[in-house]
Design a protein around this ligand. Structure first.
Ligand code: UDP
Length: 454
């Protein structure tokens, strides 16, 4: 029986925080595990499972409760309430889930939990199951939070700071929860809490690749057993070793059909189109949306924008006719991999950033909050693949700045250098995920430690 279990691979429960930017990398990680002979089960909240009916994934789905089975986050009284209820209901129902697997003689060997959900490690411990924290942010961001959690980084941050493993950071380079001191206290508490029991985790998995964040990974590895396992971009765009892995399979938003978008892009010359998208969470204030609209149009480049068209002013819509295509939710990977796209105008979410790096697309990053500010710093000053779009003193990014940044990426010597650097990072990402690459080796090591220790 034991031999049979081992031959079918270690059984790993993977529990993402229920948002798009966390589901994508953790589901992708499941596909990698499966392709290497492990047996991952993705664990969704009851609400997500009911509302999404994830159909197309090859990964078995199990469910737990976040305490809001009929409405998820929107049913809660806010983030504090949501996190408290999720901890309570999640701990209880995860324990039930492990018991039910045990009853069917299907032991759970490891719980890979989103680093936001520290309670999952406590449940793993209770059952004598291994626990692996999965960080969906850049290693640099996690390390900054670690320093803040340990009191090494004094808050508020008012001048440039040098921390081991990181480049000198000016206050606006820090994650927004730090540099806008006192903003989003519940989220800030949550990211600091990631380190509250991390000493007890058997593995610390980070969705990045070693070559991209060498110094920070080396430094953080002195404190935690860090394994870089990314980028978790579908294999089709990287090493092509995982069959049928071209899309993120669980979408909280319905994507527009890709054919009209691809057909439109295919009529455009190479590197001539700006793609603008701000991920799944950001909603720009109306004034900012309009500055962005006119800024993009004033560049005179064609652009594809993931935006709710009805929010755009009528005079802008008529002025942009023939130059722009608007979609509510784009098939982002297909778009970024189209040769016509020369610049990704993005909010700097970590998935969007790793997707652009993997596909070799330079970026103009207009960060909104959370880790995006730090991602923007690295995009511009460390990886040399883009520019950071700056807000004025009133917090508004003006159309002239938007136009300037897009031009810098799309035109001239600096733009060409960014494109070259983006190509270099894309090659390195492919190598990292390919056979014998740094991330590939780490994923193998993770799986083999689960088997040898079970
Ligand atoms: N995305 C997409 N279509 C869109 C916008 C975003 O498919 O129109 C995907 C994108 O490829 C990425 C994820 O949604 O994988 C967004 O994650 P990210 O970390 O960039 O931002 P967040 O949504 O967490 O702010």
């Amino acid at each position: 029986m034991e031999r049979e279990r081992k031959s079918t691979g270690a059984h790993i429960l993977v529990i993402p925080y229920p948002s798009q930017g966390h589901l994508n990398p953790m589901l992708q990680f499941c596909k990698r595990l499966l392709s290497k002979g492990a047996r991952p089960t993705i664990v969704l909240t009851n609400f997500l499972s009911k509302s999404l009916r994830p159909q197309s994934t090859s990964i078995p789905v199990a469910t737990i409760s976040d305490g809001f089975d009929d409405g998820g986050y929107t049913q809660s009284a806010g983030i504090d309430d949501y996190l408290t209820q999720m901890r309570r209901a999640g701990s209880r129902t995860l324990a039930d889930l492990i018991r039910s697997f045990r009853k069917s003689a299907d032991r759970v060997d490891c719980i890979v939990y989103d680093a936001f959900l520290t309670w999952a490690l406590d449940v793993a411990r209770e059952f004598g199951v291994k626990g692996a924290a999965f960080f969906t942010h850049a290693c640099a961001v996690n390390y900054v939070y670690y320093y803040a959690a340990r009191g090494v980084l004094r808050l508020p941050v008012e001048a440039a700071v040098e921390l081991p493993g990181l480049p000198p950071l000016d206050p606006p380079d820090f994650p927004s929860f730090i540099y806008v001191h006192g903003s989003y206290p519940a989220y800030f508490k949550m990211v600091l809490n990631e380190f509250s029991n991390l000493d007890g985790a058997d593995f610390v998995l980070v969705n990045t690749f070693y070559e991209l964040e060498k110094e920070v990974v080396d430094s953080m590895s002195k404190v935690f057993p860090v394994l870089t396992i990314g980028p978790t971009v579908p294999s089709f765009y990287l090493d092509k070793r995982v069959a049928n892995d071209k899309n993120y399979d669980i979408n909280l938003f319905r994507s527009e059909p890709s054919t009209p978008i691809t057909n439109w892009l295919n009529t455009k010359p190479q590197g001539s189109v700006v793609y603008a998208a701000f991920g799944s969470m950001a909603t720009l204030p109306q004034e900012q949306l309009e500055e962005l609209a006119w800024g993009l149009l004033n560049t005179n480049f064609d652009f594809l924008w993931a935006v709710r068209e009805e929010k755009l002013p009528a005079d802008f819509l008529s002025a942009s006719a023939g130059k722009a295509m608007f979609v509510r939710w784009s098939p982002q990977l297909e778009v970024l991999s189209n040769k016509a796209v020369g610049c990704f105008f993005s909010h700097g979410g970590w998935n969007s950033t790793t997707e652009a790096l993997s596909l070799g697309v330079p970026m103009a990053v207009m960060p909104q909050w959370t880790d995006q500010t730090t991602d923007a710093k690295f995009v511009q000053d460390v990886w040399g693949v883009g520019v950071r779009v700056r807000a004025g003193g009133d917090g508004l990014v003006r159309r002239e700045e938007i136009e300037r940044c897009v031009r810098e990426v799309m035109e001239g010597g600096r733009g060409r250098e960014m494109k070259r650097n983006a190509g270099k990072w894309s090659d390195l990402a492919k190598v990292a995920m390919g056979e014998g690459g740094t991330s590939d080796v780490n994923i193998d090591a993770f799986i083999s430690k689960l088997i040898t220790s079970s």
